[in-house]
Design a protein around this ligand. Structure first.
Ligand code: G6P
Ligand code: MN
Length: 445
């Protein structure tokens, strides 16, 4: 079985390959095709994978290509994890937003809108090619902003595109851990949009254990989201939000911290990753060791400013690995082998959240088997959460409309309607600022 990875020169590819190396069962992936627009990055990552595969007799064969159509033909699964505009683009997204006093995070607020505007046209082109060249393939979308990009692709691929994210998985795992439940036996009642969802319950043997967590300040202080949001606020909400809701509930503090930081996340990663890719290009470089070291630093510094404003301290060791690749592999196995699994995924709503239409991509527990991912029915969200979900979905729809029409006014509308952009004038200046630096936004006339 063949897996094609778009963004195959990307830094997280060895995580996926490492997970594949541990899979020896019938129906596993036997061939991996890496596609990237940058041949140098492909060479670097191929070296890391070769070191990972050393001594593994049934390691999936790896080939690389910069020809997208060639990469797609014959694929059973297509993973898409691309970054349009690279980390330089991410750093621009942050800098331009922060200069206006609003958030430039890659998926939340103005930064997410900017990133979405330049990623959607590329994702749509990929989706069209998949529909033509590999109509039976399943597309697993990691590309951020993942919910929006999945929805853009679903207009061409229907339910054959499924979006994934490690954040809700990690959250569910942490909540289960502090409650002493084994992740496999706990039902995580989670719903929302990507990077905008809430755990409202955790059922073990039919009993909701979340009230026990909410009532216990010691337990609440013992995991990432508990420390990030604080016990009092979690008790007020009666739910545990996805970590990305920190940007909504503590906007002022997050903006201040990000403005005061020496470098934005994008600028930091840009330099860090440039050092890694240059290092691996050296003939005698220990590629895997360099990758491991770089990854450890990247993981340890994830959301550092948010944790700092909350006094949340360092991340826990258990939270530093086993997210992204686990959900990708679990999804692929469930589909390819018809092994029923329950996974939190980004799929079309189909009536799950009644305030949204059926085609809106949401993030929700799904039953997965060979026929795909099917959202389970969930209780409605409370009004405050429905309000945010509807507002952000409306912004996503404006992004999709702008990407289709090329209308600058629609792009302004997308920024202006975002709950974290506080003036139409700011939105106008953001569009001017972003179109001035991003070649990928040249289509906005
Ligand atoms: C989490 C999110 C991903 C995101 C990543 C960013 O895993 O769920 O959507 O890509 O963090 O991490 P980074 O190291 O790029 O800041
Ligand atoms: Mn994510």
């Amino acid at each position: 079985m063949r897996l094609t990875i778009l963004g195959g020169g990307g830094f997280r590819v060895p995580l996926v390959y490492g997970a594949l190396l541990g899979d020896h069962a019938e129906g596993r992936v036997t061939r991996v095709v890496l596609h990237d627009v940058d041949a140098g990055r492909l060479r670097a990552i191929a070296r890391v994978l070769a070191e990972q595969a050393a001594g593994v007799p049934d390691a999936p064969a790896v080939t690389v290509t910069t020809d997208l159509d060639e990469a797609l033909r014959g694929a059973a699964f297509v993973f898409s994890a691309i970054r349009v505009g690279g980390l330089e683009g991410r750093a621009h997204d942050e800098r331009i937003a922060l200069a206006e006093g609003v958030l430039g995070q890659e998926t939340v607020g103005a930064g997410g809108v900017a990133y979405g505007l330049r990623t959607v046209p590329v994702a749509v082109d990929i989706a069209r090619r998949v529909a033509r060249l590999a109509p039976d393939a399943w597309v697993i979308n990691f590309t951020n902003p993942a919910g929006l990009v999945t929805e853009a692709m679903s207009r061409h691929l229907g339910d054959r595109v499924i979006g994934i994210c490690d954040s809700p998985v990690g959250l569910g795992r942490r909540v289960a851990r502090v409650l002493g439940a084994r992740p496999g036996e706990a039902w995580v009642d989670y719903v929302g949009l990507n990077h905008l969802g809430w755990v409202r319950g955790l059922r073990v043997a039919g009993r909701d254990e979340l009230p026990r967590l909410l009532a216990d300040p010691v337990l609440l202080g013992s995991f990432e989201e508990g420390r990030l949001f604080g016990a009092d606020w979690l008790r007020s909400l009666g739910a545990i939000p996805n970590e990305y809701l920190h940007y909504y509930y503590f906007t002022r503090e997050a903006v201040r911290a990000y403005r005061q930081a020496d470098r934005t996340r994008g600028a930091f990663l840009h330099d860090q990753q440039a050092r890694f890719y240059a290092g691996v290009a050296e003939p005698a470089a220990p590629a895997l060791e360099l990758w491991n070291r770089t990854r450890a630093e990247r993981e340890a510094t994830y959301m550092a400013e948010n944790r700092e404003t909350a006094g949340a301290g360092e991340r826990e060791d258990e939270d530093l690995s086993g997210g992204y690749e686990d959900v990708a592999l679990a999804l692929m196995r469930a589909i390819a082998r018809d092994e029923r699994a329950t996974l939190i995924l980004n799929v079309r709503n189909r009536g799950t959240l009644s305030p949204l239409d059926g085609d809106a991509v949401i993030e929700v527990p799904c039953l997965v088997d060979a026929s795909g991912a099917h959202p389970v029915s969930v209780d409605p969200l409370p009004d405050h959460a429905t309000g945010l979900v509807c507002a952000v979905k409306a912004v996503e729809r404006e992004v999709l409309a702008a990407a289709r029409s090329g209308s600058r006014a629609t792009a302004v509308k997308a920024f202006a309607l975002h709950p974290l952009v506080d003036s139409v004038n700011v939105a106008r200046r953001l569009v001017d600022g972003y179109t001035a630096v991003h070649p990928g936004l040249a289509y906005l006339g």
